[in-house]
Design a protein around this ligand. Sequence first.
Ligand SMILES: Cc1cc2nc3c(=O)[nH]c(=O)nc-3n(C[C@H](O)[C@H](O)[C@H](O)COP(=O)(O)OP(=O)(O)OC[C@H]3O[C@@H](n4cnc5c(N)ncnc54)[C@H](O)[C@@H]3O)c2cc1C
Length: 382
Amino acid sequence: MDRSKTHYEDDHLMFGEALKSFLAKEVVPHQEKWAEDGIVPREIWQKAGEQGFLLPWADEKYGGAGAKDFRFEQIITEELANINETGLMIPLHSATCAPYLNTFGTDEQKQRYMPKCVSGETILAIAMTEPDAGSDLNSMRSHAKDCGDHFLLNGSKVFISNGINADLVIVAAKTSSEKRHTIGLFLVETGMDGFERGKKLKKIGLHSQDTAELFFTDVKVPKENILGHPEKGFYQMMEMLAHERLSVACTGVSGAQAALKWTVDYVRERKAFGKPIAAFQNTRFKLAELKTQIDATQAYIDQCVHALNANQLTAEEAAQAKLLATETQGKVVDECLQLFGGNGYMMEYPISRAYVDARVQRIYAGTSEIMKEIISRSMNLT
Ligand SMILES: Cc1cc2nc3c(=O)[nH]c(=O)nc-3n(C[C@H](O)[C@H](O)[C@H](O)COP(=O)(O)OP(=O)(O)OC[C@H]3O[C@@H](n4cnc5c(N)ncnc54)[C@H](O)[C@@H]3O)c2cc1C
């Protein structure tokens, strides 16, 4: 199946080609440096914004292209995977955080923030996880007290992607200590008194990604910065997690496709016992298996993308997509690295970076175990 004919239309392919050229010119030459720095420079966000690669779905009145079709987000994950760039988290900004603003924001909030999210002047992050609350979000300790014209926000968050670069962070905090699931989402801006960032966290992968801890001490968040209902943030997060999980699933299957491509090229060239590695039956069978698994996964993800476009994607289906794509990606990068032999363990080969970067895909945006919980709950098993 040629997805360029069966799944994409000309507009998506042109967008993908333009992004490919942009990444080749503006990102690829700097990837080593960014990985060493542990962060991408802010300017790259603005360059991406100028070219229309951020929030392509946003309304024209906010500077977007009004392209309300998740296939544009999907093709972004494919082009980023092709160059093995995981730190420049355009999907997090465009397909995870900004849809919160668009879905729950007031007209005034959208007017205030969306244009700069589209242009890349404002970089977004979302902060739910805490040192003692990851899978079990309801046990978060961050809290926000209603003080009339503002909320007083206290607490800390950990593992926050784009944590250093972010200008605007969607922060989840409890708004009642008595009632379960009573959480609000607060729009916290750089420069608000009491909002501080910790160091960039040292990770085994995603080296150019500025994952960080965030601290909030008596931050006065004005009422106009509440996103949605101050007591319904938990349900708002659940609603949007399907979006986020499909985006991670797209990244997962795109990463698997890219790893397979690099490996096919490698086994054709590399020789052992007088013949290319590709000539061994083990290599051919392994790659045939991986290709079959990837293509089946891709078909399901593409189906979910169409379902999302039609507003039909359920939380369970998004969980299945994330589980399938990220588990497949994990298996693919592991088996592909094996076919690279010792070279696969060397940082100069892309498969080594893909291997460590893929590992977190089964953890963030909800672990594989949590995905299985969500899926099994819908099966009326008990
Ligand atoms: C690089 C990176 C970037 C991240 N970016 C962000 C971000 O931008 N914003 C944000 O808010 N968070 C972010 N996270 C946090 C991420 O979403 C959490 O790490 C994840 O949800 C898991 O939570 P935890 O780490 O507390 O693990 P825990 O919840 O402590 O889980 C530990 C283990 O127990 C298992 N487990 C837990 N509950 C159950 C259960 N009910 N049944 C079976 N098994 C269970 C888990 O599956 C896991 O295997 C990021 C994490 C990383 C590593």
